[in-house]
Design a binder for this molecule. Structure first.
Ligand code: DGL
Length: 261
């Protein structure tokens, strides 16, 4: 049974991919909806939240954890891995591998939360893999609140304005590959693609899920249980819409403050 967590809806990008690749696997998803967003918080707070998220998933008996959150993957992954008895996988390495394999121009953009961009984790990994790459970064702090509030349609003027505000600089810049370094951002992919046609968008949750599934044999009944740290109702509506299936009855509240390592 795999545990997956994010601050909210973003990690569902990984869930969707695991459902496709390993339909027989059992999943426990935790979305920290009571404390979203993570990406504007301090390193210390992000580490504390992440440790509690992992403690909750461990209490459910998972045998591997996917950190389906760019912010936690870039800020706390090595700490979580050091303290864990089971494998903990983040999104940075799989996404960088995909970007390095895809780029023809050698110019790659990384977009993410303020904490992710502050960490420098994506450019460091990309440069390690391929020192000649040009890497450009941009924090997009308005994107997570837009996604959490369902403002994601390609004809939504507010979504378009926000995307233009952060990403116009990449138009005609030679960048041919963009890492969506926050797992929420693929929900805005249609709007981003309209504004930056021709740029390949790397979905970090999807790439990390693919990496996790490699060599793994599904042993379960294909059940997914979802847990959130605030009222399940809003999550049920957005998650059902994104996953294309009704998750009503599968979403439970958890008091995440009660979990400590
Ligand atoms: N999906 C999280 C990430 O990948 C969102 C962070 C946030 O809550 O700000 O960074």
């Amino acid at each position: 049974m795999i545990g997956i967590f994010d601050s909210g809806l973003g990690g569902l990008t990984a869930v969707k991919q695991i459902h496709r690749l390993m339909p027989g696997e059992d999943l426990i998803y935790f979305g920290d909806t009571g404390r979203v967003p993570y990406g504007t918080r301090s390193r210390q707070t992000i580490i504390q939240y992440a440790k509690q998220d992992v403690a909750f998933l461990n209490s459910m008996g998972v045998d591997a954890i996917l950190v389906a959150c760019g912010t936690v993957s870039t800020t706390a992954l090595s700490i979580l891995q050091k303290e864990s008895k089971i494998p903990v996988i983040g999104v940075v390495e799989p996404a960088c591998r995909a970007a390095a394999a895809h780029t023809q121009s050698g110019s790659v953009a990384v977009i993410g939360t303020v904490a992710t961009i502050r960490s420098g984790a994506f450019p460091n990994m990309l440069k390690n893999m391929c020192p000649s790459l040009q890497v450009y970064e941009q924090a997009c702090p308005l994107f997570v609140p837009l996604v959490e509030n369902g403002v994601i349609d390609r004809d939504d003027p507010i979504a378009r304005l926000a995307v233009e505000r952060y990403l116009m600089r990449f138009k005609g810049s030679g960048v041919d590959t963009m890492i969506l370094g926050c797992t929420h951002y693929p929900l805005l992919a249609e709007v981003i693609a309209d504004i930056l046609p021709g740029i390949r968008l790397i979905n970090t949750g999807y790439e990390a899920a693919k990496a996790l599934c490699e060599g793994r044999v599904a042993e379960g009944t294909g059940t997914t249980r979802y847990f959130v740290s605030d009222d399940p109702e809003m999550f049920i509506a957005s998650a059902s819409r994104f996953l294309g299936e009704d998750v009503k009855g599968q979403v439970e509240y958890v008091d995440i403050g009660a979990y400590y390592e």
